[in-house]
Design a protein around this ligand. Sequence first.
Ligand code: AMP
Length: 186
Amino acid sequence: MTTRLIFLGPPGAGKGTQAQVLAEELKVPHISTGEILRSAIELATPLGQQTQSYMERGELVPDELMLDLIRNRLNQADAQNGWILDGFPRTVTQASFLEDLLQEIHQTCECAIYLKVPDEVLISRLLARGRQDDNEKTIRRRLDVYHQETEPVIDFYSDRSSLRAINGDCSLPEVTESLKEAIAPC
Ligand code: AMP
């Protein structure tokens, strides 16, 4: 069976950690758009130079850059037998692009996982993490952007009956357990 999963949820919900655990177990690539961008910035590639200021401000990178990025990534050889997407899609434009792209490359994804965590828990988790964009001002901006731009993506998948919501406000192994139960029918 081919596993293709989309991880949705606010910054600090544990998407990256959980996606990594599952990807290792299921032997599929963990595709984190945030990681791809951070490494582009570190290597000072053209993509890194174009995206650095957005990331530092906690803003979303413009859709046209993200659409190219995801198209290239999903066309790579290691993504042909499954993947876990973490951090994409983050806007309805991205979600609808992904839907068309998957159809074009003859892939299907019927399962979007939504990790739910209240804002106050997110802020303390993010402050403890200490990534470069994890300062209080940027965190608040990222949460606002999440509520405005990314929450509608949850409805997008819910309307297509693809959404599985999970309580992300528990311990790491508990969340992993609920995740496995949620994806069992996928
Ligand atoms: P993350 O590691 O998923 O928290 O992403 C870190 C930052 O990368 C975000 O705050 C955005 O600036 C940028 N980013 C990652 N994925 C996307 C995306 N799908 N669309 C737009 N910006 C993104």
